[in-house]
Design a protein around this ligand. Structure first.
Ligand SMILES: [Mn+2]
Length: 306
């Protein structure tokens, strides 16, 4: 895989606007088919019996170096799935190139009926009525492609509408970008959160919320989503039948265990504007897939730091 990745990285920096548009179109078709196959749901199921190695990657935010590091690091692993937890662009100067590489992985990720690459929706890939600030991605496209950069950005926004926003490894893990919606009573509430948006805030909370120690749920300083306490986590995880929430969205030293092992936060990029000195990704191997480890165990045994 390394040869391909290196070639794609070079290509990411000098792809023409036409090539970029064609790549988005091809990815969008795959994502559309996948969404149809899920009956319109935003939830991807991974069977713990069928997967041996699942790689999970947190926020990348335009950091090409970190993304390439991860891909090279896992090239001998033969991962069944690579789950990206969202937030691909903004805040990093190579956001455009990161998108090129991720979409190239996606269109090359077909394995039988399934696709090896799962790209979840983060709050930086939100719907038009939930904008994020600051949002430098459109300016980076214009800087690179001139006026036609606007066209590429518009196409990319269309693609975001087809991205799934949660992964369920049955009986083990729930993965999403931000947090657990406080009023969820079943996995369906998560699977069809976007369908009920904006009359229900479930989708907003999946993309924007953060865990807090203690009980209850509170207003978030982010201005969107909520802060959810351990009691909420306990109830929602029980309702969907898993032990641990795996999410990203908050900068940390690669990995952070919250709420006494119920929540694992992953952060997979380095550099400005954040101050973390380490970044991390996760390898859920056969053992982790069999045993539903809590966040503390995952942080100790399944995390790869750099
Ligand atoms: Mn985020």
């Amino acid at each position: 895989m390394q040869v391909e990745v290196e070639g794609w990285v070079r290509k990411a920096f000098d792809a023409s606007v036409e090539e970029f548009l064609a790549l988005i179109e091809e990815s969008k078709e795959i994502l559309y088919e996948e969404k149809e196959a899920r009956g319109g749901s935003g939830l991807v199921h991974i069977s713990p019996q069928a997967a041996r190695n699942v790689v999970v990657v947190g926020d990348i935010h335009g950091d090409m170096e970190s993304l390439v590091h991860i891909l090279k690091d896992i090239e001998d692993l033969n991962a069944d799935r690579i789950v990206f937890l969202g937030d691909y662009g903004d805040r990093g100067s190579e956001s455009v190139e990161v998108y090129y590489l991720l979409l190239k992985l996606k269109v090359s990720g077909r394995k039988g009926k399934e696709n090896k690459i799962i790209m979840l929706r983060g709050n930086h890939e939100g719907p038009p009525d939930m904008p994020v600030m600051p949002h430098d991605l459109p300016f980076l496209f214009t800087e690179k492609f001139g006026l036609r950069g606007k066209e590429v950005y518009k196409k990319l926004k269309e693609l975001w509408e087809y991205l799934p926003y949660a992964v369920l490894v049955e009986g083990r893990y729930l993965m999403l970008h931000g947090g657990l919606p406080v009023n969820v009573t079943s996995i369906e509430d998560i699977a069809f959160a976007y369908e009920s948006h904006p009359s229900s805030s479930n989708f907003e909370e999946i993309l924007w919320s953060d865990p807090v120690e203690g009980k209850g749920n509170f207003y978030s300083m982010r201005g969107a989503g909520r802060m959810f306490g351990e009691d909420i986590t306990e109830r929602v995880l029980r309702a969907v039948g898993v032990k641990t929430l795996i999410r990203s969205h908050e900068p940390c030293e690669g990995v952070e265990v919250r709420q006494r092992g119920k929540v694992l936060t992953l952060f997979s990029r380095k550099g400005s504007p954040y101050f973390n000195t380490r970044a991390a990704y996760l390898i859920l191997d056969e053992n982790a897939m069999r045993e539903a480890k809590d966040a503390g165990e995952l942080a100790r045994s399944a995390t790869r730091m750099w």
